[in-house]
Ligand binder design. Structure first.
Ligand code: CUA
Length: 160
């Protein structure tokens, strides 16, 4: 089979780029232990507000015995509950978020805090914030007419 030399050259270029991309993904997954947030944990979206982990009085930030913080939030049309979360800087923070209605997203600009919130599932994100001050949780999945107004506050305070 005859292959034009120019075409052959580009086949090598494309082959090399594919190898670099697959190689970097494999490196990140195996060596750096980086994976997409996929916490396959289910919850009944119809009853999550009535009792258990996501009942209203159980939402917000809790400090664990080891000093880390767990934040429980509900993303619902059109806000995040509670509407203000305060966490210490330079501390491991685990977010546990779920939705009772439709698909939402949570994103804090300039941080790696970003995940989809799928009804029926609990999304989990582990992160830490090094910069003190106020930031916003923004919804980054179109969830209806109020999507643009769906946000809440994050306050990062000095540790201790
Ligand atoms: Cu919630 Cu967009």
């Amino acid at each position: 089979m005859h292959i034009d030399p120019l075409e052959k050259k580009w086949m090598y270029v494309v082959g090399f780029m594919t190898a670099v991309m697959i190689g970097s993904m494999a490196y990140a997954a195996i060596m750096l232990n980086m994976h997409p947030p996929s916490n396959v944990e289910t919850i009944d979206p119809k009853t999550l507000h009535l009792s258990g982990e996501f009942a209203e009085d159980n939402l917000g930030a809790t400090t664990n015995p080891d000093g880390s913080v767990t934040v429980r939030m509900v993303a619902a049309r059109y806000s995040f509950y509670p509407q203000m979360i305060e966490v210490p800087a330079d501390t491991d923070v685990k977010f546990r978020i779920t939705s009772p209605d439709v698909l939402h997203g949570v994103h804090v600009p300039f941080t790696n805090m970003s995940t989809m919130v799928v009804p029926g599932y609990v999304s989990e994100v582990n992160t830490r914030f090094s910069r003190e001050g106020e930031a916003q949780f923004l919804c980054n999945e179109y969830c209806g007419l109020g999507h643009d107004y769906m946000w809440s506050k994050l306050k990062v305070v000095p540790k201790g």
